[in-house]
Design a protein around this ligand. Structure first.
Ligand code: B4P
Length: 188
């Protein structure tokens, strides 16, 4: 299984990626998690990414694409991978195509978790109370949702055109959403 996981901030990508990666025995690769680990570790990559993340903006493509290319080259992706939060704009999607072509492989599925804006905003504000993530404040959440609408939402049509899009409703309990995702992808 070689798949990407799409959806607005707060739709449950990170939550479901962990479960799906266990189910399919493939690594879940979250660009957001890699950036956050680098910020925490005070690396050069983290220093460059932090200002964009804290503002709710996308980290520039040249930084993100290079990071994903390196990650996909690691040994554990041989049996597949689940990219969580990448690609996030059409240029990243085209770059991913080129990475996969260089590896001689193709994408099996682009899995989109859908959720309305009120629900995702409520989830992220709840997470802010629990985790205190710097980008979970109300103005930054608003900005992230705008960035999603203008930059990331066009990927739905992009992958639909490729015939690999699988859309799943992200509302409901976490287990229910997992069951829906597994059924939608495995029965397609
Ligand atoms: P991400 O880490 O991808 O953050 P996210 O979009 O908010 O999703 P996340 O996975 O954390 O949340 P989830 O929906 O699972 O990106 C953060 C930042 O990194 C970006 O803004 C950007 O700056 C940068 N970045 C990342 N990738 C990039 C790229 N490709 N290019 C450029 N920049 C990039 O969950 C949200 C909350 O909902 C959680 O608290 C969860 O517990 C809860 N939840 C999940 N499912 C639920 C359910 N069914 N019911 C109730 N609550 C639920």
């Amino acid at each position: 299984m070689r798949a990407v996981l799409l959806g607005p901030p707060g739709a449950g990508k990170g939550t479901q990626a962990v479960r799906l990666s266990e189910r399919w025995s493939i690594p879940a690769i979250s660009t957001g998690d890699i950036f956050r680990a680098n910020v925490k570790g005070a690396t050069e990559l983290g220093r460059r990414a932090q200002e964009f993340m804290n503002a709710g903006a996308l980290v520039p493509d040249e930084i993100t694409n290079a990071m994903v290319r390196d990650r996909l080259a690691q040994d554990d992706t041989g049996e597949g991978f689940l990219l969580d939060g990448y690609p996030r704009n059409p240029d990243q999607a085209i770059e991913l195509d080129s990475m996969l072509a260089d590896m001689g492989i193709e994408l099996d599925a682009a899995i989109e978790i859908t959720a309305d804006m009120d629900e995702v905003t409520a989830r992220l504000l709840k997470r802010a109370e629990i985790e205190g993530r710097a980008d979970d404040t109300e103005p930054v959440i608003r900005k992230r949702l705008e960035v999603y609408a203008t930059s990331t939402a066009p990927l739905t049509a992009f992958y639909e055109g490729r015939g690999v899009l699988v859309q799943v409703d992200g509302l409901g309990a976490v287990d229910e959403v997992t069951d829906r995702l597994v059924a939608a992808v495995e029965n397609r």
